[in-house]
Design a binder for this molecule. Structure first.
Ligand code: ZN
Length: 342
C-alpha cells in the first residue's frame, strides 16, 4: 500500500488550547507525524511525497470565502494592536443570518467553531499539503490501487464547508471522497475516530451520493457535543444517508466491533464503489483524551473487518494523540487491513 505525506505538514505547530476553560498545551503536535510515519513503515508501507493539486479539489467541498479566510487571516490578525500570537476567536454567531463581517475578529468567530484550531503563519501551507496527501491517495486508488494511506496532519473531520474546529482546517476525508466521486457514483465515508466527524457529516448532510457513517464516544457528554447524536440522519435528498453510532464512554473492542458491524450493514446496502476510512486512533484505551477503550489488538481487528468489505479504500489519518502506542496502533490497523499486500 502506498502512503502519502509531505514535510510541509509538520510546520503547523499550534500552541494554544483551552480545555474546560483552562489553557493547556495543544495536543495536535507535529511529533504525531514521527510516530505515525514509524507506524506506517512498520506495516511495510512506502512513503511518497504528494504533488501539488491546487485549490480545485479543496474548493469542491469548502466555500471560497472560507478558503480566502484561511489563506489570509494570519497577517491580517497580526496587524491588530495587542492581538494574540495565533488567530483564536472570541465571539461566534449563535445563528447565521447571511451577513458577513469585514473585520478579522468577526471573521475568525464566523469561521472557527472553537478555540482548538489556532491559526499561525504556517497553518495554511500545512493544511494544503495535508489535503494534497489525501488527493494523491484518492488518485492512486482511482488509478487502480486497492487502497492507499494519506498521513493527513493537520487532521480534517471537524472542518465544515466554511468552519474550522477541533484541530481541523481542511476536511481531508471529504476532499478524498469528492475526488473519488469522479469515478464512483456512490462513495461511503466510515469515521472510526473517537470524536464524531461533525464537519464531514455537515458537508454531505443533504447529499445521497456520499454516505457518512461515524462511530464515536456519545456526544451527550463529549466533544463535539452539538453533533453526533443518533437522530441526525441527513436532510432533504440526504435523509437516511448519515448514520451516527454513539458509544458509551470507555467502550472497548467488543462494543466497538459490534457497532462496526451495524455500520457495515448500512454501507453494504448503500453499495458504494469506493470507501474513505477517516482513521482516528484516539479511541485507544491509552489516548490522552480517554474517551473509549479500544486496544492495539482491537485496531488490528477493526482494520481486518474493514478490509472484509472488499472496497477500493482511501485511509485518511484523523486524530490519535501522543502516547507510547500511537505508532503501534497505526501498524496494527494497517497490518490488520492487509498492509503492503494491498
Ligand atoms: Zn478525535
Amino acid at each position: 500500500m502506498k502512503a502519502f505525506y509531505a514535510e510541509e505538514q509538520k510546520r503547523h505547530d499550534p500552541k494554544a488550547f483551552l480545555s474546560s476553560g483552562a489553557p493547556q498545551p495543544n495536543p495536535e503536535k507535529p511529533e504525531r507525524i514521527e510516530r505515525l510515519l514509524a507506524g506506517a513503515r512498520s506495516a511495510g508501507l512506502t512513503i511518497e511525497r504528494p504533488g501539488k493539486h491546487g485549490l480545485g479539489p479543496i474548493a469542491a467541498v469548502h466555500s471560497p470565502e472560507y478558503l480566502d479566510f484561511l489563506e489570509h487571516i494570519f497577517p491580517r490578525w497580526q496587524r491588530i494592536e495587542g492581538a494574540s500570537a495565533e488567530v483564536i476567536p472570541n465571539i461566534h454567531p449563535i445563528a447565521r443570518n447571511g451577513s458577513y463581517p469585514a473585520s478579522a475578529v468577526g471573521q475568525a468567530g464566523y469561521h472557527m467553531s472553537d478555540t482548538a484550531c489556532p491559526i499561525s503563519a504556517e497553518t495554511w501551507n500545512s493544511a494544503l499539503w495535508s489535503a494534497w496527501s489525501a488527493v494523491e491517495a484518492a488518485e492512486a486508488v482511482m488509478a487502480g490501487a486497492p487502497s492507499a494511506y494519506a498521513l493527513c496532519r493537520p487532521p480534517g473531520h471537524h472542518a465544515f464547508a466554511d468552519v474550522a474546529g477541533g484541530f481541523c482546517f481542511i476536511n481531508n476525508s471529504a476532499v478524498a471522497a469528492q475526488v473519488l466521486r469522479k469515478n464512483s457514483a456512490r462513495v461511503a465515508i466510515l469515521d472510526v475516530d473517537l470524536h464524531h466527524g461533525n464537519g464531514t457529516q455537515g458537508i454531505f448532510y443533504a447529499r445521497p451520493d456520499v454516505l457518512t457513517v461515524s462511530l464515536h464516544a456519545d456526544p451527550v457528554r463529549f466533544y463535539p457535543f452539538f453533533w453526533g447524536h443518533a437522530d441526525e440522519r441527513g436532510e432533504g435528498p440526504g435523509l437516511g444517508y448519515n448514520l451516527n453510532l454513539p458509544l458509551p464512554r470507555k467502550s472497548g473492542d467488543a462494543p466497538f466491533l459490534e457497532a462496526l458491524s451495524t455500520a457495515f450493514q448500512r454501507i453494504r446496502a448503500f453499495a458504494p464503489e469506493a470507501l474513505v476510512v477517516a482513521l482516528g486512533l484516539d479511541a485507544f484505551e491509552g489516548d490522552p483524551f480517554g474517551g473509549l477503550s479500544v486496544t492495539t489488538q482491537g485496531f488490528s481487528r477493526i482494520g481486518e473487518a474493514i478490509a472484509g468489505l472488499g472496497l477500493p479504500t482511501v485511509i485518511v489519518q484523523e486524530g490519535g494523540y501522543l502516547c507510547d502506542a500511537l505508532g503501534d496502533n497505526l501498524t496494527a490497523f494497517l497490518t490488520g487491513f492487509g498492509g503492503k499486500q494491498r
